[in-house]
Design a protein around this ligand. Structure first.
Ligand SMILES: [Zn+2]
Length: 136
């Protein structure tokens, strides 16, 4: 269950960020999730709730916000940057969901809008990160 490993990473980053910014108390964390990151959101939230107080008491009862950030892709053939929508304007909800769970499928469903190549790299859209920390 990699949700726990990801949650631990966010918690550790939050404690370091709080230290750097001289916060005594953390009230709110905003966590970014890449559109192509394979993650079960409910599991991840539960993992954060469980892992955070264990990492540091500062993180108990913190308000959490999860924001999914759109993926950014770039064609390896012609260099054109694009997103999921541009890569396949007829992408069905099922296909989009399949891509979210198995990001490798992106190459099956998406094509560069400029040259039609299925060969592209993911510039953004994977991973989980701490976007913002609030406290006093
Ligand atoms: Zn291209």
């Amino acid at each position: 269950m990699h949700e726990f490993a990801l949650a631990e990473g966010v918690a550790v980053t939050a404690v370091q960020a709080a230290r750097k910014e001289g916060l005594q108390r953390i009230t709110r964390l905003t966590v970014g999730i890449g559109e192509l990151q394979q993650i079960e959101r409910e599991l991840f939230t539960g993992a954060l709730r469980e892992v955070m107080p264990a990492i540091h008491p500062q993180l108990a009862g913190v308000e959490l916000e999860l924001i999914v950030r759109p993926a950014r892709l770039r064609c390896r053939a012609c260099g054109q940057p694009f997103d999921l929508q541009a890569g396949n304007s007829e992408l069905t909800e099922d296909q989009a969901e399949a891509i979210h769970f198995v990001p490798e499928l992106a190459h099956t469903y998406l094509r560069c809008p400029a040259c039609g190549s299925p060969d592209f790299e993911v510039m953004e859209g994977r991973g989980v990160w701490l976007e913002e920390i609030e406290g006093a």
